[in-house]
Every structure is written in structure tokens, then in C-alpha cells.
Design a protein around this ligand. Structure first.
Ligand SMILES: Nc1ncnc2c1ncn2[C@@H]1O[C@H](COP(=O)(O)OP(=O)(O)OP(=O)(O)O)[C@@H](O)[C@H]1O
Ligand SMILES: [Mg+2]
Length: 389
């Protein structure tokens, strides 16, 4: 991207800050781990703050977003997860107003925003590329959106000081963005999205450019900012761990469509499709491995049996039978590979022509198996999940 197009993009981004002060987010009171408006209510009984109604976006022959319907509750942290090209950024850009739907409508607080330009949508946005003004200091970057809203110098200084304090960058206020580390720039970008107090925060791969440690640290920061400010947040990522850690709910997208929307735990433990099972963690598909699936429940047609690697137990062949052996499926195999990964040990076990993945938490006194060892595998039949193919 050329310098002038970067600036143009940044200018249009900065216009998204409102000209009137929005206080919706500031008055929310934290309660427990999440900011959902009322955790005791059934999700369906809480009015949606953001609603996609059968939204489609096509570019020529290509469909980027295909008949997307989704409701997001006030204060919810929703993550859109999916492989590259699945339509995540397009969905966010449609909501931000940078892209217009080909079909369908988007509602915010019950009203269509079809005719509302991006700069009036009252949303804070953070992009993967930080999008800070390279020629302005940290303080000026943060002041800019407030200046555009006609806020006076004294109030601006107060707000900038307060948000800088919050993101631990008080002493960096006179630095240029190029004099900051990636994580520090990211914190300035988050501060800038929050400073005008918009009720909605949109994050597109906000931590994509950071290394693993910094990423984890910033995930904690985003989580605590969400607890504190209670903004309705939509975060786009292709990092499954990030999605599981941060979200109240996760939307898994595939080729422009929603594959499944659920809480992180339900999505991981009860994936509905093979795609979701494979995208979010590792999955042993029993049919692919040549197993006849044993389960307490009847197998619906069009599904395959799946067992997560951490649900499979590994033991020496001579181990005595377990007390609950009648509730388990067994297999004998040979250790083909062992990977030690700190708290976990991952075994690939050859059973017939197939490899079954076993993940074991490292514990003291545990038997460690070596390549070529014969082992006994078993899992509870009730831990087998059926996923659509
Ligand atoms: N302006 C455009 N013109 C033509 N096609 C586009 C345009 N923007 C996006 N697309 C196409 O739409 C599809 C979805 O793109 P999008 O950027 O939403 O994907 P994504 O899920 O954000 O991917 P990534 O993880 O790589 O960022 C892709 O196939 C992309 O090539
Ligand atoms: Mg994208």
C-alpha cells in the first residue's frame, strides 16, 4: 500500500469516532467474568445489539459472505474464527460500514444502518496493522479522535492521561509509533479505539503481528479491558487458542457461511461438523481409522464418530482392567511417535494401518512410552461425538 493510500485509510478510520459523546459503555457495571447484560437470562431473551439479517456480499462471481445471520448481545465478546478467505474481515467491514451488503440488512440497537455512513456508526476499530498515524506522537494519535469530536484541550489531556495509564504507556506519550515495540503500538491502537468511548469495538486480527508471549500478554489485556469497559466486541482471528480464551461465543465461518456458533466449551466439546472438530483442536475420526464406532447413543445418519486426543487413555498392555471397562472401547497399538511439549505428551499410536493421536497431561509417576512399545488405548463410549461429514 502506498503512503497516501495508508493515510487515506487512516483518515477514513478516524472518522468513525462519533461527534457526540456516547456513554453506553462507560456506565456498564462489571459482574463476574463477562459483561453480558444479564448472565441469568437465556440468550434468546436478551435483545440483540447487533444483528446481521441474511447478509450477502459478492464481488463479481465470488461470494465473500453468504447469507449471514447473526445476533450479538450487548456487552458480548464474540469471536469470528475461520480459515483464510472465509469472509471474516468482510463481515467486520460490512458492520463497520466500509463495505455495503449486496443483499440483506444489518441492524444496530434495532435500527437498520444501511443508510448510516461508517463515520457515524460509533464503533472503535483495531486492525492487525495497528493503523496509527506514523507522523504523530502517541499523545497526538490518541488526541486526534477527541479533537475531531470538538473536545477541548484540558479534557483531551485528561482522557489521554487516563487511558495511557490504563494501558501502561504513561511514559511513552511523546514517542513516535516507530519508536515503540509491536505490543506497545498495539496497546496504543486499543487505547485509541476506546478513547472516544464507543459502545462497539471491532478487532481484526489485533494480535496477528505479535510473537507468542506478547500475544498471550495482550490477550490478557484485551480480556481485562473488556471486563472493565464492557464494550460489545467482535474480534476476528484465525488463532483457535485466542478464540477459546477470549470469547463468550465463537462463530466458525467457512466459505462465507456460518458453520457453527456456540460458547467456546460447547464448540470444542460438541462440534456439529467434521470441519469444526478439525478446525478447533485435533480430532480422531474413528471411521477414518478403521474403527467400528461404539457409543451409547445411536449414530445419526450422515455422521462420523470423533474422539478428542485427550479423551484417549494410554496404558501398558499388561495393566489390569479398569473398573469401568464395560463402558469403554479398547484398541491395541504400537507407539509410532512421541512428542514432549512441556505440560503435554503427544503420542501417535499405530493401530492397524491408522494412527490415533493421544494427548496426555504430564504427571509425576506416569509411565512414559517409547517408540515401538505396544500399548493399550481406551476411551469412554460416552466421550465419542458424532459430527456431520
Ligand atoms: N475487494 C474485494 N474484491 C474481490 N474479492 C474480495 C474483496 N475482498 C475480499 N474478497 C474475497 O472475499 C473472500 C473473503 O475475504 P476476507 O478478507 O473476508 O477473508 P478473511 O476470512 O478475512 O481471510 P484472512 O484470514 O486471510 O484475513 C476471499 O475469497 C477474498 O478474496
Ligand atoms: Mg481477514
Amino acid at each position: 500500500m502506498s503512503d497516501s493510500s495508508v493515510l487515506k485509510k487512516q483518515n477514513s478510520l478516524l472518522k468513525i469516532w462519533p461527534t457526540t459523546h456516547a456513554t453506553a459503555g462507560a456506565t456498564a457495571t462489571p459482574s463476574g467474568p463477562s459483561h453480558l447484560e444479564d448472565d441469568r437470562l437465556e440468550p434468546s431473551s436478551i435483545p440483540a445489539q447487533i444483528e446481521f439479517r441474511s447478509v450477502t456480499k459478492t464481488y463479481g462471481q465470488a461470494t465473500a459472505v453468504n447469507d449471514l445471520s447473526l445476533s450479538v448481545r450487548r456487552g458480548e465478546f464474540l469471536t469470528i474464527l475461520g480459515p483464510s478467505g472465509s469472509g471474516k474481515t468482510t463481515a467486520l467491514m460490512l458492520l463497520a460500514g466500509f463495505v455495503a451488503p449486496t443483499k440483506g440488512d444489518i441492524l444496530i440497537a434495532g435500527k437498520s444502518v444501511a443508510a448510516v455512513p461508517a463515520y457515524r456508526r460509533d464503533q472503535g476499530i483495531v486492525f492487525q496493522s495497528y493503523a496509527l498515524f506514523p507522523h504523530l506522537t502517541v499523545r497526538r494519535n490518541l488526541e486526534f479522535p477527541l479533537e475531531m469530536r470538538g473536545i477541548g484541550a484540558a479534557e483531551r489531556a485528561k482522557r489521554v492521561d487516563s487511558i495511557l495509564e490504563r494501558v501502561h504507556l504513561r511514559e511513552f506519550d511523546s514517542r513516535m509509533p516507530s519508536q515503540l515495540s509491536g505490543g506497545q503500538q498495539q496497546r496504543v491502537a486499543l487505547a485509541r479505539a476506546l478513547i472516544a468511548d464507543p459502545p462497539i469495538l471491532l478487532l481484526d486480527e489485533p494480535l496477528g503481528a505479535l510473537d507468542r508471549n506478547l500475544r498471550e500478554q495482550m490477550q490478557g489485556e484485551i480480556k481485562s479491558l473488556h471486563r472493565e469497559f464492557g464494550k460489545t466486541t467482535i474480534c476476528v482471528t484465525h488463532d483457535q487458542e485466542e478464540a477459546l480464551t477470549l470469547s463468550d461465543r465463537i462463530v466458525v465461518m467457512r466459505a462465507g457461511k456460518i458453520e457453527q456458533t456456540d460458547t467456546p466449551e460447547t464448540l470444542y466439546d460438541r462440534p456439529m461438523t467434521r470441519f469444526v472438530a478439525n478446525f478447533l483442536g485435533e480430532a480422531n475420526i474413528l471411521e477414518d481409522l478403521g474403527f467400528e464406532v461404539e457409543s451409547d447413543a445411536a449414530q445419526p445418519s450422515g455422521t462420523v464418530g470423533m474422539i478428542r486426543p485427550e479423551r484417549v487413555c494410554i496404558a501398558a498392555t499388561g495393566e489390569p482392567k479398569r473398573a469401568d471397562a464395560d463402558r469403554r472401547q479398547f484398541a491395541i497399538g504400537t507407539v509410532d511417535d512421541m512428542i514432549y511439549a512441556g505440560p503435554l505428551r503427544k503420542y501417535n499410536v499405530r493401530v492397524g494401518d491408522s494412527l490415533l493421536v493421544v494427548r496426555q497431561h504430564v504427571a509425576s509417576g506416569q509411565q512414559i512410552f517409547r517408540l515401538g512399545d505396544e500399548v493399550k488405548l481406551d476411551w469412554l463410549r460416552s466421550d465419542v461425538r458424532f459430527v456431520a461429514t
